[in-house]
Design a protein around this ligand. Structure first.
Ligand SMILES: NC(=O)c1ccc[n+]([C@@H]2O[C@H](COP(=O)([O-])OP(=O)(O)OC[C@H]3O[C@@H](n4cnc5c(N)ncnc54)[C@H](OP(=O)(O)O)[C@@H]3O)[C@@H](O)[C@H]2O)c1
Length: 356
């Protein structure tokens, strides 16, 4: 049985749920895939807990459920912070789930940089490093070798960062390989889906936002969702990773949902359609993609018009595969944790190939 010595940065909705999943499912996981994760280091905003022999996961889960920091654990290490944890200890795999920061990407950017520079595999749920430094991280990882299984560079995966369990990146990269993407439409922000749906049935904006917050899906700073930044960040990652167009946030024309009126919503709904915040990549005749995030009226027969209750979805039009549609209704953070685990399984296959 192979064991991956693993560090996990961020113990919020995603990090804690991931630990719960590992505790509940580790036997099935080991039997099915022939390897296990040994979590040797974890970090939250209070610092780092570390034990090279493996941490007591139920104790960490209990600590986070009680809204405490790892600082209270006996394995707390005052000499470590999340970045030098990634820089100094002996491990195989980084799982990164600190908050998304679209200003400077920190602390996630320095954490993942340190891991890749040391040749460690990395799986990200956080978007900041990918939005702000995709080219740099790609050059440090197996993306520089077009994800070849024989790459000597460390694997970098982030399929959960663009829509959680919705396999946006994987479908674009793997299943549509060989096809030319003409247009991609992504509904990947569930907060705006819920707000627009609530407003369509009569709620005002602040009541609708409060409902989305009650569901626990809103970013700590709601303007990231409402003003389109979250969707734009995901589109930037999709454009870099799938469309292979070097892209930053400044390349995206962004308009959030604040100006959508009750009348517009009522008209769209009463015609059997809806209005959604759509992130769109549209291929031009010169081969470049024009990128936008904008509230879009979807007619009743549009494949994304039937999404409901915060569901996310994706439509890709390509030259040979026609129209491909995917949707995903997730149960809280579990979907993103599943995505992180599928990335870990992918990395395990990659590393076995590289070993020969
Ligand atoms: N939630 C989702 O459904 C979802 C889906 C896809 C991607 N993501 C991405 O996944 C990441 C985690 O999301 P989340 O919902 O789990 O966020 P969250 O609940 O806010 O948790 C963030 C975690 O990071 C820790 N943290 C904050 N600042 C830190 C620092 N400087 N150093 C180390 N740890 C720090 C927090 O510590 P404390 O516990 O001490 O506060 C907390 O444990 C985000 O980047 C998000 O965009 C989330």
């Amino acid at each position: 049985m192979d064991t991956f010595k693993t560090i996990l940065t961020g113990l919020g909705n995603i990090g804690r749920t991931l630990l719960e999943l590992l505790v509940a499912d580790s036997e099935r996981f080991a039997l099915r895939y022939g390897f296990q994760l040994r979590i040797i280091g974890v970090a939250d905003s209070t610092g780092v807990a570390f034990d090279p022999d493996g941490l007591d996961l139920p104790a960490i889960i209990d600590c986070k459920r009680r809204r405490l920091g790892v600082r209270v654990l006996p394995t707390f290490r005052s000499d470590l912070d999340p970045i030098n944890l990634a820089r100094t200890v002996d491990y195989d795999l980084l799982l990164e789930a600190t908050p998304t920061n679209l200003r400077d990407g920190q602390p996630a950017l320095d954490i993942v940089r340190a891991a890749l520079q040391r040749g460690k595999a990395a799986v990200l749920a956080s978007k900041g490093p990918l939005v702000l430094a995709f080219a740099e991280l790609a050059a440090l990882s197996d993306w520089a070798d077009d994800l070849s299984p024989y790459s000597v560079r460390p694997p970098l995966r982030f399929s959960g960062a663009v829509g959680g369990a919705l396999p946006t990146i994987n479908v674009g990269l793997r299943d549509l390989a060989g096809a030319r993407i003409e247009r991609a439409e992504l509904v990947v922000n569930s907060t705006t889906q819920v707000i627009l749906e609530q407003m369509a049935i009569g709620a005002d904006f602040s009541t609708a936002l409060a409902e989305a917050q009650r569901q626990g899906i809103v970013e700590p700073d709601p303007s990231l969702d409402v003003d389109g930044w979250d969707a734009a960040g995901k589109l930037v990652i999709f454009a870099n990773a799938v469309l292979r167009q070097p892209t930053t946030l400044t390349d995206v024309n962004i308009r959030g949902i604040r100006e959508v009126t009750a009348e517009e919503l009522a008209a769209a709904w009463s015609a059997g359609g809806r209005i959604s915040l759509v992130a769109c990549a549209d291929r031009q005749t010169d081969g470049r993609y024009v990128l936008s995030v904008t509230p879009t009226r979807l007619a009743a027969d549009h494949p994304l018009a039937r999404l409901s209750r915060g569901e996310m979805g994706l439509v890709i039009y390509s030259d040979t595969a026609g129209r491909s549609t995917l949707s995903s209704l997730e149960d809280g953070p579990l979907g993103t944790c599943q995505a992180m685990l599928r990335d870990v399984i992918d990395i395990r296959h990659r590393l076995r190939c590289a070993k020969g």
